[in-house]
Write a protein that binds this ligand. Structure first.
Ligand code: T46
Length: 130
Protein backbone atom coordinates (compact mmCIF):
# COMPACT_ATOMS: atom_id res chain seq x y z
CA UNK A 1 0.00 0.00 0.00
CA UNK A 2 1.34 3.41 -0.91
CA UNK A 3 1.73 5.63 2.17
CA UNK A 4 1.93 9.39 1.72
CA UNK A 5 3.42 11.51 4.48
CA UNK A 6 3.02 15.26 4.02
CA UNK A 7 5.74 17.52 5.41
CA UNK A 8 4.15 20.49 7.13
CA UNK A 9 6.34 23.59 6.66
CA UNK A 10 7.65 24.91 9.98
CA UNK A 11 9.52 27.88 11.35
CA UNK A 12 11.85 26.92 14.18
CA UNK A 13 13.75 29.08 16.59
CA UNK A 14 14.88 29.10 20.20
CA UNK A 15 11.49 30.49 21.32
CA UNK A 16 9.66 27.48 19.89
CA UNK A 17 8.26 26.30 16.58
CA UNK A 18 5.36 27.21 14.30
CA UNK A 19 3.97 24.70 11.78
CA UNK A 20 1.83 26.27 9.06
CA UNK A 21 -0.80 24.43 7.02
CA UNK A 22 -1.75 26.32 3.87
CA UNK A 23 -3.97 24.91 1.16
CA UNK A 24 -1.11 24.25 -1.27
CA UNK A 25 0.46 21.74 1.16
CA UNK A 26 -2.68 19.59 1.26
CA UNK A 27 -3.83 17.72 -1.88
CA UNK A 28 -7.47 18.84 -1.48
CA UNK A 29 -9.41 21.91 -0.39
CA UNK A 30 -9.91 21.73 3.37
CA UNK A 31 -13.65 21.80 4.15
CA UNK A 32 -13.51 20.73 7.81
CA UNK A 33 -11.05 20.59 10.70
CA UNK A 34 -11.64 18.47 13.80
CA UNK A 35 -9.49 16.94 16.50
CA UNK A 36 -9.56 13.94 18.80
CA UNK A 37 -8.34 14.59 22.34
CA UNK A 38 -8.67 13.24 25.91
CA UNK A 39 -8.49 9.76 24.41
CA UNK A 40 -8.11 6.83 26.85
CA UNK A 41 -4.99 4.79 25.92
CA UNK A 42 -7.16 1.67 25.50
CA UNK A 43 -9.38 3.33 22.87
CA UNK A 44 -9.49 2.05 19.33
CA UNK A 45 -11.09 4.72 17.14
CA UNK A 46 -11.98 4.69 13.47
CA UNK A 47 -13.02 1.26 12.29
CA UNK A 48 -14.45 2.46 9.01
CA UNK A 49 -13.66 3.65 5.50
CA UNK A 50 -14.99 6.57 3.52
CA UNK A 51 -16.49 6.44 0.05
CA UNK A 52 -15.26 9.91 -0.97
CA UNK A 53 -13.65 11.68 1.99
CA UNK A 54 -9.91 12.22 2.04
CA UNK A 55 -8.16 13.30 5.21
CA UNK A 56 -4.78 14.30 6.59
CA UNK A 57 -4.06 13.23 10.18
CA UNK A 58 -1.47 15.05 12.29
CA UNK A 59 -0.34 14.13 15.81
CA UNK A 60 -0.10 17.69 17.10
CA UNK A 61 0.64 16.30 20.56
CA UNK A 62 1.74 12.85 21.76
CA UNK A 63 1.55 9.78 19.56
CA UNK A 64 -0.78 7.10 18.23
CA UNK A 65 -0.80 4.34 15.62
CA UNK A 66 -2.89 4.36 12.46
CA UNK A 67 -3.67 0.93 10.98
CA UNK A 68 -4.60 1.16 7.30
CA UNK A 69 -6.18 -1.61 5.23
CA UNK A 70 -6.88 -1.48 1.52
CA UNK A 71 -8.47 -4.92 1.32
CA UNK A 72 -5.19 -6.58 0.27
CA UNK A 73 -2.60 -5.46 2.81
CA UNK A 74 -2.34 -3.87 6.24
CA UNK A 75 0.12 -1.13 7.20
CA UNK A 76 0.64 0.50 10.58
CA UNK A 77 2.03 4.02 10.80
CA UNK A 78 3.02 5.69 14.05
CA UNK A 79 2.32 9.41 14.10
CA UNK A 80 4.32 11.33 16.69
CA UNK A 81 5.49 14.54 15.02
CA UNK A 82 3.45 17.75 14.64
CA UNK A 83 5.12 18.51 11.29
CA UNK A 84 4.12 15.22 9.60
CA UNK A 85 0.69 14.57 8.14
CA UNK A 86 -0.61 11.19 7.03
CA UNK A 87 -2.81 11.33 3.92
CA UNK A 88 -5.64 8.80 4.01
CA UNK A 89 -7.38 8.51 0.67
CA UNK A 90 -10.95 7.37 0.21
CA UNK A 91 -11.77 3.64 0.21
CA UNK A 92 -9.16 2.92 2.92
CA UNK A 93 -10.10 1.22 6.18
CA UNK A 94 -8.52 2.94 9.23
CA UNK A 95 -8.17 2.19 12.93
CA UNK A 96 -6.45 4.48 15.43
CA UNK A 97 -4.93 2.91 18.55
CA UNK A 98 -2.12 3.05 21.15
CA UNK A 99 -2.83 6.66 22.05
CA UNK A 100 -0.22 8.14 24.37
CA UNK A 101 -1.18 10.28 27.31
CA UNK A 102 -2.12 13.77 26.06
CA UNK A 103 -2.30 12.70 22.40
CA UNK A 104 -4.19 15.03 20.10
CA UNK A 105 -5.07 13.97 16.53
CA UNK A 106 -5.79 16.92 14.26
CA UNK A 107 -7.74 16.01 11.12
CA UNK A 108 -7.97 18.08 7.94
CA UNK A 109 -10.87 16.80 5.87
CA UNK A 110 -11.90 17.26 2.24
CA UNK A 111 -15.66 17.34 2.93
CA UNK A 112 -18.08 18.34 5.65
CA UNK A 113 -19.42 15.59 7.92
CA UNK A 114 -21.71 13.14 6.12
CA UNK A 115 -22.61 9.85 7.84
CA UNK A 116 -23.70 8.49 4.43
CA UNK A 117 -20.05 8.59 3.31
CA UNK A 118 -18.99 6.04 5.97
CA UNK A 119 -18.67 2.27 5.58
CA UNK A 120 -18.56 1.00 9.17
CA UNK A 121 -18.84 -2.73 8.44
CA UNK A 122 -15.57 -4.45 7.43
CA UNK A 123 -17.24 -7.10 5.26
CA UNK A 124 -19.14 -4.35 3.42
CA UNK A 125 -15.80 -2.54 2.96
CA UNK A 126 -14.23 -5.67 1.44
CA UNK A 127 -17.27 -6.11 -0.79
CA UNK A 128 -16.96 -2.48 -1.96
CA UNK A 129 -13.38 -3.16 -3.12
CA UNK A 130 -14.46 -5.87 -5.57
C1 T46 B 1 -11.91 9.36 10.93
C2 T46 B 1 -11.27 9.34 12.28
C3 T46 B 1 -9.82 9.68 12.26
C4 T46 B 1 -19.82 14.43 13.85
O1 T46 B 1 -20.99 14.71 14.16
N1 T46 B 1 -19.11 15.28 13.06
C5 T46 B 1 -17.82 15.03 12.71
O2 T46 B 1 -17.21 15.83 11.97
C6 T46 B 1 -17.20 13.83 13.19
C7 T46 B 1 -15.76 13.50 12.80
C8 T46 B 1 -17.93 12.99 13.98
N2 T46 B 1 -19.22 13.29 14.31
C9 T46 B 1 -19.97 12.37 15.18
C10 T46 B 1 -20.32 11.02 14.57
C11 T46 B 1 -20.37 10.11 15.78
O3 T46 B 1 -21.66 10.18 16.36
O4 T46 B 1 -19.17 12.09 16.33
C12 T46 B 1 -19.37 10.74 16.75
C13 T46 B 1 -18.03 10.00 16.81
O5 T46 B 1 -17.57 9.85 15.46
P1 T46 B 1 -16.75 8.54 14.97
O6 T46 B 1 -17.25 7.35 15.71
O7 T46 B 1 -16.80 8.50 13.49
O8 T46 B 1 -15.28 8.91 15.50
P2 T46 B 1 -13.91 8.21 15.10
O9 T46 B 1 -12.86 8.84 15.98
O10 T46 B 1 -14.02 6.75 15.12
O11 T46 B 1 -13.66 8.66 13.58
C14 T46 B 1 -13.35 10.00 13.30
C15 T46 B 1 -13.95 10.38 11.96
O12 T46 B 1 -15.38 10.16 12.01
C16 T46 B 1 -13.37 9.57 10.83
O13 T46 B 1 -13.72 10.15 9.59
O14 T46 B 1 -11.27 9.04 9.94
O15 T46 B 1 -11.94 10.18 13.24
Amino acid sequence: MEIEIIEIPKIENSLGNIAVVENDVIPFDIKRVYYLYDIPSSSIRGGHSHKNLQQVLIAISGSFDVVLKDGFSTTTITLNKPDKGLLIKNNTWRELENFSSGAVCLVLASTVYNEGDYIRDFDEFLESKK
